[in-house]
Design a protein around this ligand. Structure first.
Ligand code: NAP
Length: 228
């Protein structure tokens, strides 16, 4: 399959590398490829510049958001929450038409400092905003409730633990669940929460995820849903 991974941060790189290792054709999307390759300093989170990562992943192409989306069968949104709608606008509605759009972003709002708050929250979600803005895309919110290293390697966390899918299109959720299986997620550990409005719930797990990260001192943990 051909994948567009929109986002040059840690998450986009980890997902792109995993997809490429599974034999998929992958293009990472960015606003300005030349500017992205020209960066020489780590970002605010300490992520090394893209140009340092790229030589070890030469099978992954870099293009504009539009070039990446045009090329793809499936699109992954791994952009900053505050920039996600702009990034998808730049990708182009025509290039998202009828495609599964996996949204793994979180609407973290850093404008008031740390820890971030959520915007939107409670009565709306980023997943819904994306689905409303691109009604012909098949948005599936998933994987946003854990570290990206766990997304692509669930065995990093011992024992049973879970991820979620939220979306309006049952077939798109099946496609997402199949992809998750190829990442190592047993199908029984993927909980279908329902339509895209249920993304409110998984996005609102972020405040507790962030506190757990602080309390545990590492990111190799996940949610286990105990059930009768
Ligand atoms: P990030 O720094 O949050 O986002 C980087 C990407 O966002 C870049 O590709 C950047 O474009 C794009 N971007 C930022 N502002 C933009 C704007 N105004 N318009 C268009 N594009 C914009 O990267 P990250 O840390 O890898 O996180 C990606 C997403 O995954 C976030 O939503 C995050 O909350 C979520 N998430 C992260 C983790 C994790 O383990 N870190 C886990 C779960 C979910 P350029 O390439 O052009 O600079």
């Amino acid at each position: 399959m051909r994948y567009a991974v929109l986002g040059t941060g840690t998450v986009g790189r980890v997902i792109a590398a995993k997809l490429a290792s599974l034999g998929h054709e992958v293009t990472i999307g960015t606003r300005d490829p030349q500017a992205t390759l020209a960066r020489t300093e780590p970002d605010a989170m300490g992520t090394p510049p893209f140009a340092q990562w790229q030589p070890q992943h030469s099978q992954v192409r870099l293009g504009t958001f539009a070039e990446a989306a045009a090329f793809a069968d499936i699109v992954v949104n791994a952009t900053a929450g505050a920039g996600a709608l702009a990034a998808l606008e730049a990708a182009g509605a025509d290039h998202l038409d009828g495609k599964v759009l996996l949204d793994i972003a979180n609407p973290l709002d850093f404008s008031q400092g740390m820890p971030p708050s959520l915007n939107p929250v409670n009565t709306d979600s980023l997943g819904e905003q994306i689905q409303r803005a691109f009604p012909r895309a098949k948005v599936v919110k998933t994987l946003n409730t854990m570290s990206c290293t766990v997304m692509v390697d669930p065995a990093r966390v011992s024992g049973e633990h879970h991820t979620f899918v939220s979306g309006n299109d049952p077939d798109a959720k099946k496609t997402a669940t199949g992809l998750l299986a190829s990442f190592g997620w047993p199908t029984g550990n993927v909980i279908d929460l329902g339509d895209i409005t249920t993304a409110r719930g998984t996005e609102m797990l972020l405040p507790i995820w962030l506190r757990l990260w602080g309390a545990l001192g590492h990111a190799d943990f996940n949610f286990h849903i105990a059930s009768a």
